[in-house]
Structures are given as structure tokens and as C-alpha cells.
Write a protein that binds this ligand. Structure first.
Ligand SMILES: *[C@@H]1O[C@H](CO)[C@@H](O)[C@H](O)[C@H]1NC(C)=O
Length: 310
């Protein structure tokens, strides 16, 4: 009995060397699958009173709780994917922004045609503009900021609000206290006689869309129409739900896990992930997600669309 089950247990553990590292390096009895630690108990008791997406900026075990594990990170960088976890974030001043620290999580140096970064706006901070012909998408995960555009219109962006700014459209984001945003930028891929417009909204205002053959809940934050060369999907999974399609496709992705935890498969690697984690997926990397834990998983996903890949 023992001899027949041991090899399969080892096989299971070796599916993810990271998981093995975590399981073996934790002398308290398993970080992801055992009795709750002190931190998790506190978290469960108080999570209902916390603001939406608070785990993105206060992730379990990271970064302060990992200070006891010198040299340990769950981050991985490979040819066709990367997992960038919060203990690896390196913030520095963002070019053109004032009183703002940024961490670029995905850039063309990895092979992407877009950048994805976190912007931590501090007191009296202000955004800079993206380079010419570059479009921008902003999503607030903490705090609030005010968007002002060239017509002088103001929008207060709270947690869960977002804005799309067309290429070369003058705008600025200002913050009195503090705000954390996830930002996507890419060089716009123009189509004759099609132009994008400014979009401002929030996730909870977007309708649920059909997902034939799948169980997750899907919202799209941008119009699916031809002018837009990317979209941002918000995908919700209840614990135990998973993607039915083991996706392999030409589109590239930048993902930020906003809530929950689970297992992300990327190529032949299986990663335990939690809110605050970011993922880069190159074209054609096999990808699959299963939600675990006790709470909903929600992630935000960049996807290039509407253009001939040639
Ligand atoms: C500025 O924002 C207002 C309100 O959202 C919008 O009607 C207007 O078209 C925007 N101006 C530009 C130049 O995008």
C-alpha cells in the first residue's frame, strides 16, 4: 500500500518544484494546504471588513511574512511565461510621473508587445503621459485618483474603476492621498477609419457575458468592437471551478490575480498562485487555471484582439 502510493505522491509533488520547495521549507506544517497559520486566521476573521482587492497590496505571506525565508521567491521567468510575485517587485520612480513609484511587471524585453506595471501614487502625485501613439488602460486596486482629460472633464476613479485613454489623448491622473493602479500600455495598431474613444467605467457596471462550455463568470471592460486592439477581461471562479479548455492560442496575456488563490498551469509547470501575483503568458503557451481555497478567485487579463496576426 505504502510502496505503491509513494511514487505517485512524489510525482504529484514534483509537478511543481516550487510547490515542493514551499512544502519542505515550511517547518510549521505546509503553507498552502495545512491547518491555518496565525496570519490566515486573522485574515479569515477580518476579511469581510476589508476593502475590495485589499489582498493585492497586502498578499498573504508576502512580502513581510517571507522575511524568514532568505532567498525564497515564488517568482519564475521562462521563455514563454513568467510569474512575478509581490516579494520580487522592485519600485522606482516612473518616468514623467511625480510622487509615484512604479514596478514594471511585463515588458517587451520578455517578448510582449505591451507593458504592464503597478503604479503607487503617493500624496500629491500626478501621472505622466505615455509615449506618442501608445494607448493606456488604468485600473484602480487601492485608494482613489482623479482623471482629467483634454476637455477638462473629471472622473473620480475608485477601487474597481478603470479608464482607457486613446493614443495621443492628453490626460492626467491626480491623487491627493494614495492609490495603487495596474496600468497596461501598448503601441496602438491602427485600422483605417477606426478610432478608439476614452472609456471610463467600473467592473460592477459591466454585464456578465456568455462563456459557452465554461463555468467562470466573464466581464469585458472595453468594447469588443474593431477599433480596440486589446481587451481587458475580468474572470471570476468559485473555489473548485476551473477552465475546461486547456487553452493554447496566438494571443498574449498579462494577468493580475485580484482575489483568491489556486493553481495556474503554464507550459509544463504548475504554480500555486494568490492575489497580488502577476503572470505573463506568451503566445501559444499552454495555460489553465483552477480556483482553490475558500473564496472567489478574480483575475484581470489583458488580451490582444481584432487584428490579423500577420
Ligand atoms: C473627456 O471626458 C468626457 C466625459 O467622460 C468625454 O465626454 C469627452 O469625450 C472626453 N474628451 C476627450 C478628448 O476624450
Amino acid at each position: 500500500m505504502l510502496t505503491s502510493s509513494l511514487p505517485s505522491l512524489l510525482l504529484l509533488l514534483s509537478l511543481s518544484s516550487n510547490f515542493l520547495n514551499v512544502a519542505l521549507s515550511d517547518d510549521g506544517g505546509g503553507l498552502f494546504c495545512s491547518a491555518p497559520s496565525v496570519f490566515e486566521t486573522e485574515t479569515a476573521a477580518s476579511s469581510s471588513s476589508k476593502p475590495l482587492y485589499w489582498k493585492v497590496t497586502n498578499p498573504t505571506l508576502s512580502p513581510s511574512h517571507l522575511q524568514d525565508l532568505p532567498g525564497f521567491t515564488r517568482s519564475v521567468y521562462k521563455g514563454d511565461h513568467a510569474l512575478i510575485t509581490p516579494e520580487s517587485h522592485v519600485f522606482s520612480p516612473l518616468p514623467g510621473w511625480t510622487n509615484t513609484l512604479g514596478a514594471y511587471l511585463i515588458t517587451p524585453a520578455m517578448g510582449s508587445h505591451f507593458v504592464m506595471y503597478l503604479a503607487k501614487m503617493q500624496e500629491n502625485s500626478k501621472s505622466g503621459l505615455p509615449p506618442n501613439d501608445v494607448e493606456r488602460f488604468l485600473f484602480v486596486v487601492q485608494g482613489s485618483a482623479t482623471l482629467t482629460n483634454a476637455s477638462g472633464a473629471h472622473h473620480q476613479l475608485m477601487v474597481d474603476s478603470y479608464a482607457y485613454l486613446a493614443p495621443n489623448s492628453k490626460h492626467s491622473l491626480e491623487c491627493d492621498a494614495s492609490a495603487t493602479l495596474v496600468v497596461f500600455e501598448r503601441r496602438y495598431s491602427p485600422l483605417e477609419n477606426h478610432f478608439t474613444k476614452q472609456i471610463v467605467g467600473s467592473t460592477d457596471q459591466q454585464p456578465l457575458l456568455e462563456t459557452p462550455g465554461e463555468v467562470f463568470e466573464l466581464r469585458k471592460l472595453l468594447p469588443p468592437s474593431l477599433p480596440y486592439d486589446f481587451n481587458i477581461h475580468i474572470m471570476d471562479f468559485q473555489p473548485g471551478e476551473f477552465l475546461n479548455v486547456k487553452e493554447v492560442h496566438y494571443n498574449q496575456h498579462g494577468l493580475l490575480l485580484l482575489e483568491g488563490q489556486g493553481i495556474y498551469r503554464l507550459g509544463d509547470s504548475w504554480y500555486p498562485v494568490q492575489s497580488g501575483d502577476a503572470i505573463w503568458m506568451a503566445p501559444f503557451v499552454p495555460q489553465w487555471y483552477a480556483a482553490l481555497g475558500k473564496t472567489r478567485s478574480r483575475y484581470l487579463l489583458y488580451k490582444d484582439v481584432n487584428r490579423n496576426p500577420l
